[in-house]
Design a protein around this ligand. Sequence first.
Ligand code: SF4
Length: 389
Amino acid sequence: MNNFFEMGPIRPPSEAQSLLIRVTRNCPWNKCEFCHTYKEEQFSFRSVEEIKKDIDQVKEISEEIRQLSWQMGYAGSVSQDILQALLSQPGGHNQSVQSVAAWLYFGGSQVFLQDANSLIAKTPELVEILKYLKENFPSIQRITSYARARTLAKKSVEELKELRQAGLSRIHVGMETGYDPLLQYMKKGVTAKEQIQGGKNVVESGISLSEYVMPGLGGNRWWREHAVESARVLNQIDPDFIRLRTLYVRKDMSLFSRVEKGEFIRPADDRIVSEIRLFISTLDGIRSTVVSDHILNLLEDVRGKLPDDKEKMIGVIDRYLTLPEEKRLQFRVGRRLGYYRNLADLQDPALLSRINQIIDKAGRADGQEEPKSPEEVERAIYGLMENYI
Ligand code: SF4
């Protein structure tokens, strides 16, 4: 098999089992200070014909994989063995074939439309693509996409309803913050008012809405405003999901030069946790599910359905914040090294002893007896997050 269809670079963490169909290329805005994904890449639309050809390719690949499954005695289903067989075949490293095989393995029921803002495409064109996908793959149950809030604020509820009827089930929006001065500082190209309008349009259309908030984005300067105003925007939208994705400043982000100049100071982990506490406390009168499913988030257990789980989420935060400093350091290092997922993991003596050794080693300047400064230790822990980017 040497079939090929086009795929973009990213998808939300919750779309790991989805087939990726590229509707537009890159980001039509591409100016956010904290975003590196489409840097140096030009935005472009793809024609409906091109996208349909990709869907035809996916179908052809699927049929070939099913045939292989029959030949191997699996009656058309895609098992681990089929995946292995595809990887070991000549041409098996074709990314398109691998991704369709993985998609079928996970049930072939979810699709994610790429890239950063598929909703910028004309509604009739999107409807045609959605229908074509569903006609060709009756197994599809969920089709989702990223969209910019500004685009959603301009789409009418009627248009969004048409998209829902054609099969669009969920929209992911990178809201990041609801605080206007911070939106401007980060060049997000949207106002809190537009975010509210865009979000409300989606909710009213019946499409499921996932809003991403970026803890840490307010820096040391605006962490309170960022927390409170983001919660206020969400209180007006009442999205189905609120997802946390903590800021990490990479060298290839525009924001990095502001960090270098000392203009932007990323808050330390404990402050970000306090920021999330203020954020959750300010969420009010909504029924959203809070999700902490990004590897960069320190506390994965800050999750639950509002309003019932609000106190439970605050409880997780308070348990962390009231730990002695030494324990908080152990947890942060354990989490950033991928040893820990939640606070209960601190009880594991074998892991704790490994983490203490690492902390001890990291706390000494190379080959020196002198301990490193708290800033150097902080930088070292922050550097561990790079492994996940
Ligand atoms: S709109 Fe989204 S994809 Fe585009 S630059 Fe901003 S964060 Fe990146």
